[in-house]
Design a protein around this ligand. Structure first.
Ligand code: PMP
Ligand code: GLN
Length: 383
């Protein structure tokens, strides 16, 4: 039977996050798979959203985002990163970082271009690269530390390399880049003339005294990068799907050409509420790391009696657990089995690789209430 349409993404199915959340629901499992908090956002933020909807802020915002929110974002970047950006020409408010990453890739990549991605790689990048006619060139992160192997990266660069996908703090591994990493990237980018797409949605979730290193604070990368951020992570509102992209004017202009036809704008009352909240509590994002580090440490302390092993995650709200002492089965088999039988859902890490190495690692989201973390850890200890 002939089909109506030949797929453009033959290797793509339903995302692992959707699949595991659905499985968790079917089996009544504690859902530590898909990354989202199970607790409420700040009350005054939620109240502000209702107020703005009632006050009539319900029609299209300007395409690049409400000027007042872009100004708030510029103030936030100055406060938390010591970075100066022009809210008019360098900041674009978008309906989620997923959208701005898609727009940035679409703006840059032409048929035949190569884009370097680091495996394990966040799932939305490669489909966007392929739809643009490009090819993702997969470079594995170092085993164990999940740091960047710059030797391997250098070898993967060709005259066709157009873009480098950076993600720090990293999803799913939780590793973070240092300024020394950014220096190497900067010299490679300058030498070979490629651009950088930097996914920094977990920027405020960095632990144990480490600091987030943003491309925006790097003198060279600042001028050749798109940096993507998400209010979903910072303010515990993943369902509000609002983020922003910062890039130099020339790159921002190209991003906006695409953003205006992909979604045109982000949601208006949400933008007002975000601006109200961050203007009233500008320091709030800086309080997140301590709170999430406490959740991470609670989860890990309760796992002390288990047969899992781990290194405490450096950033993001994901903790990797190695089950090598428990089973030889694959992570995809085990994440499903333990969702059904232990009723704790996780995400297998192998699905984020082009060629998965031999390892036995599952990803657990600890953006959860204490009761859920304690109960999940008890169930995992019983395996
Ligand atoms: N990048 C990474 C690494 C993520 O984990 C996520 C979201 N979970 C996103 C991008 C997308 O963020 P948003 O929900 O704002 O689209
Ligand atoms: N980024 C989130 C995670 O890693 C999920 C977002 C999504 O479901 N697309 O779990």
């Amino acid at each position: 039977m002939s089909s109506l349409l030949k797929t453009k993404l033959p290797r793509v199915g339903t995302t692992i996050f959707t699949a595991m959340s659905a499985l968790a629901q079917t089996h009544g499992a504690l859902n530590l798979s898909q990354g989202f908090p199970d607790f409420s956002p700040p009350l005054r933020l939620a109240e502000a959203l209702g107020e703005h909807a009632l006050r009539g802020h319900n029609q299209y915002a300007p395409m690049a985002g409400l000027p007042r929110l872009r100004e708030t974002i510029a103030r936030q970047l100055l406060l938390h990163r010591d970075v100066v950006v022009d809210p008019d020409t360098e900041v674009t408010v978008v309906p989620g970082a997923t959208e701005s990453i898609f727009c940035a890739i679409t703006a840059v990549v032409r048929p035949g271009d190569e884009v370097i991605v680091l495996d394990p790689v966040y799932d939305s990048y490669e489909p966007a690269i392929e739809l643009a006619g490009g090819r993702a060139v997969h470079v594995p992160l170092l085993t164990g530390s999940f740091g960047i192997d710059w030797e391997l990266v250098s070898k993967a660069i060709t005259p066709r390399t157009r873009l480098f996908m950076l993600n720090s703090p990293h999803n799913p591994c939780g590793s973070i880049v240092s300024n020394a990493d950014l220096d190497v990237l900067a010299s490679l980018a300058e030498q070979h003339g490629f651009l950088v797409c930097s996914d920094e949605v977990y920027e405020h979730l960095v632990y144990d005294g480490h600091k987030h290193c943003s491309v925006l604070a790097h003198p060279v990368l600042r001028s050749r990068s798109f940096a993507h951020f998400s209010f979903g992570k910072t303010l515990s509102v993943t369902g509000w799907k609002t983020g922003y992209c910062v890039a130099p004017p020339e790159l921002t202009a190209e991003l906006r050409k695409i953003h205006q036809y992909v979604t045109f704008v982000a949601v208006t009352p949400v933008q007002h509420a975000l601006a109200d909240f961050l203007d009233a509590e500008p320091e709030y994002p800086a309080t997140l790391a301590a709170d999430y580090q406490r959740r991470r440490d609670l989860f890990l302390s309760k796992l002390a009696g288990s047969r899992f092993s781990w290194k405490p995650t450096q950033g993001s709200y994901f903790q990797l657990l190695d089950y090598g002492q428990i089973s030889d089965d694959s992570d995809t088999v085990l994440s499903e089995r333990w969702t059904r039988e232990v009723r704790v859902a996780s995400v297998p890490v192998s699905v984020f690789y082009e060629s998965p190495p031999k390892q036995s690692i599952l990803r657990f989201c600890f953006a959860k209430s204490d009761e859920v973390l304690i109960e999940a850890a008890e169930r995992l200890c019983a395996i």
